[in-house]
Design a protein around this ligand. Structure first.
Ligand SMILES: Cc1cc2nc3c(=O)[nH]c(=O)nc-3n(C[C@H](O)[C@H](O)[C@H](O)COP(=O)(O)OP(=O)(O)OC[C@H]3O[C@@H](n4cnc5c(N)ncnc54)[C@H](O)[C@@H]3O)c2cc1C
Length: 365
């Protein structure tokens, strides 16, 4: 068994900021990531980010990853990094099982920050297991990490920011987007992204969903259908689209499986993306010394993931006996930044989710 001070699970924006904050405070940190490269979702994002200047708004996602990684590098004496290291188990006594190079490694941590991000939600429809039915994250990984064009003609399902941005990136890669279908009566993502797509001639069909994929061994067509106000398919409104891929972008759900395995309390909070951990205002879970940040705490954005990571990293380091010299000021600044980031039209949903999470927490006390 290897003993470590602070272990951060996940090297996306939340995990990197947690590690930087903890190292700034003087703690030793081990970052574990299952991918070959650190940066999480950021390394797939070629567009300029929204958010606030403090969290690198107007900078492309992969450039934000480079900035964070260069800050991690300045703490080379304190921050250790293991890549292609998947945490497959977490126990209540803060023991982790990690698989790396086919070997199982046990680590005893004094404190942990879980920053594992989110997983994609999927949709039930006929033939959704045919090759050519992708999640939007898989499409982005293929195109923007491995340089592989996933298809020639795609039907996008979901008009949230991810559906809109991935549609644009598909077009940049020379892929025709036949249409974007959206079950809700209105477009889910930012108007600026939707307008850009509409200007490029892609129809965004609201109150419409995918009914089935057609094909024997791979997708050859997609059938869509209009929905009534109760979201029931309207017979006779089916349309057939000649596509070789269907890309599903219907939201994300926090990756809480490790927390649940260790016995941390979670609750179903749709506004946060599904089952979300119950946390203190310092982002500590119901397991002492196990903190959670970023999409794993509730699906939001990279900007809030970075602030939550900083908060969790500072609080974990303090618990380990390394209080940052400006701890109180930085913690107040983090809370103010989170309030500012959640102050927009999309932030209401997160605020409602956090209010529900606090209700569950207070009730459980
Ligand atoms: C298409 C798209 C566009 C976006 N645009 C914006 C935008 O404009 N502005 C914005 O602010 N946000 C944007 N986001 C959201 C943003 O990317 C995420 O909110 C953010 O990356 C969440 O950060 P995170 O660190 O919590 O998780 P992630 O970035 O998902 O990182 C989690 C990391 O944990 C690792 N991991 C997971 N499980 C394990 C395990 N068991 N063991 C080891 N490692 C593990 C993963 O490999 C990953 O590296 C966008 C997202 C997408 C998909």
């Amino acid at each position: 068994m290897i003993a470590k001070e602070l272990v951060v699970i996940g090297g996306g924006p939340a995990g990197l900021c947690a590690a930087i904050a903890a190292a700034e405070s003087g703690s030793r940190v081990l970052i574990l990531d299952r991918s070959a490269r650190l940066g999480g979702q950021l390394i797939k994002q070629t567009h300029k980010f929204f958010g606030s200047e403090n969290q690198y708004a107007k900078t492309r996602g992969f450039d934000i990853a480079k900035i964070l990684l260069s800050r991690v590098d300045t703490f080379a004496d304190l921050i250790e990094i293991w890549v292609e290291a998947t945490v497959v188990a977490l126990y209540p006594d803060k023991v982790l099982t990690v698989v790396q190079d086919g070997k199982y490694i046990k680590i005893q941590a004094k404190a942990i920050v879980v920053a594992a991000g989110a997983s994609e939600k999927f949709l039930a429809f006929e033939n959704n297991d045919l090759p050519g039915v992708y999640g939007a994250g898989a499409v982005q990984t293929l195109m923007n990490v491995y340089g592989v064009r996933p298809a020639d003609r795609v039907l996008m399902v979901g008009s949230g920011n991810i559906g809109l941005i991935v549609s644009y990136q598909l077009m940049q890669a020379g892929v025709k987007v036949a249409a974007i279908v959206e079950a809700a009566p209105r477009i889910g993502g930012y108007k600026v992204h939707a307008s850009k797509i509409a200007r490029l001639g892609v129809p965004i069909l609201t109150s419409t969903t995918v009914l089935r994929a057609v094909g024997e061994t791979c997708v050859k067509q997609a059938v869509t259908v209009k929905l009534d106000p109760a979201w029931k398919p309207i017979p006779g409104t089916e349309s057939v689209h000649d596509v070789d891929a269907i890309c599903v972008a219907v939201g994300l759900t926090p990756l809480t499986s490790l927390l649940a395995m260790a016995g941390a309390m979670t609750s179903y909070i749709p506004e946060l993306g599904g089952y979300a951990p119950i946390l203190t205002d310092e982002h500590e879970s119901t397991l002492a010394d196990v903190f959670v940040a970023g999409d794993a705490a509730g699906v939001e954005e990279a900007s809030s993931a970075m602030v939550e990571g900083r908060l969790a990293g500072l609080c974990a380091a303090k618990r380990l006996g390394y209080p940052h010299a400006d701890f109180d000021d930085i913690v107040s600044e983090c809370h103010a930044q989170l309030a500012g980031l959640r102050n927009g039209p999309f932030g209401c949903k997160t605020c409602a989710g956090i209010a529900k999470m606090r209700e569950v927490r207070d009730h459980a006390r």
